[in-house]
Design a protein around this ligand. Sequence first.
Ligand code: ADP
Length: 448
Amino acid sequence: MFDKLLIANRGEIALRIQKAARGLGIKTVCVYSQADAEAPYLETADETICIGPGAARNSYLNADAIVLAALQTGAGAIHPGYGFLSENARFADVIADAGLVFVGPSADCIRTMGDKVEAKRAMIAAGVPCVPGPDSALPQDVTAIAAIADEIGYPVILKAAGGGGGRGMRVVRSREHIAEAVALTREEAQRFFNNPEIYIEKFLENPRHVEIQVICDSHGNALWLGDRDCSMQRRHQKVIEEAPAPGIDRALIAEVGERCANACRQIGYVGAGTFEFLFEDGQFYFIEMNTRVQVEHPVTELVTGLDIVTMQLQAARGEAFTVQQGDVETRGHAIECRINAEDPFTFSPSPGTITEVVAPNGEGIRLDTHIRAGYTIPSQYDSMVAKLIVHGADRADALQRMRKALSDFRIGGITTNIPLQAELMNEPGFAKGGINIHHLEHWLAERA
Ligand code: ADP
């Protein structure tokens, strides 16, 4: 049990975690880098502490500095948010070694899920559907590799076991290219992730990205909280997310959701997590598990009425959930638009000082943001400045609310992608629902 929480993150999620902590009567310590010294959310934290210079590697990625800050301020737990150290098993270890609570799963669970080959093996064992391919790393022998690829059938994708961030992956379309592709991917895997292990699976040409949210306490209660569709992506970065995923049989979602919850029980998972799937031709294929809260968690909160960050804190405090799977219902439809400080069509970053913020408001509109007039966006970090989320009675209603909310939303002084989001709300493919992960890039290429 802890009554003071250190928030090891920045931006909108630092504020989101503060709100959940306050709701539970937990005091907050917010860490910040020198580049974030003027961040507005520092004013509402109970305590703040500087952990280093602007470069993330010397501040938000410095596990020892963060743990020291927790010890100095008497915080009993650390919430990692998303990004930075949130999926770093060593960080979870260092926190436990210092006698503090990590708000998330055990270091062992993070380690298992961080190794994609191990994760795939654990998922197959738990009955979670995976992309066709072996549940082990590739052997050294090129003839053996070619035989494995033949059996899967081209196209195949080679992926680094330790990979992340969309790097260390290579699509191979025919046998003549397999040997060279294996050598290149192994070399990249070693260079980027310090782990030369690679594996192979079927490459799906036009999948959707559909994911399942789970939340687990430490008493064996593993719940799945429905699904999200995050197919609107550019360069593997999500741009729009929604819940539920349009046009998919609810019985199929429930079957996959149950399997995810079951996998959590099998591996002793605690905290919030997301099972990411590719969805093609009516089938789910697991690709990876994220062992943290996701940027897009609010769409699930709006359709279920549950507070995921609060539940993370309750689980970390060792409390048992009062909600059971049978109580989890989804109601209506929610959409989230990520608002970035960037040119809406060239995507060049636009840091600078915000002169004015006119926030959209009204029934079914939620804005998660840390910005306000006078705030200068630091150039060191990612460009997301807000998440605009709407909830409607159904998808058409949610779309209409988002159109209205986007047209009311003004951020002065910088360039944002609000015009892109507004166009996408009227784009026929998205309006219809069920686009695949290549849709946005194709649309942008045609529009140019
Ligand atoms: P990372 O951890 O680097 O994000 P993922 O395993 O989540 O890696 O894959 C990132 C993206 O690569 C996916 O969202 C998808 O677009 C693509 N991808 C991965 N595996 C496959 C596959 N088997 N077939 C088609 N696309 C894939």
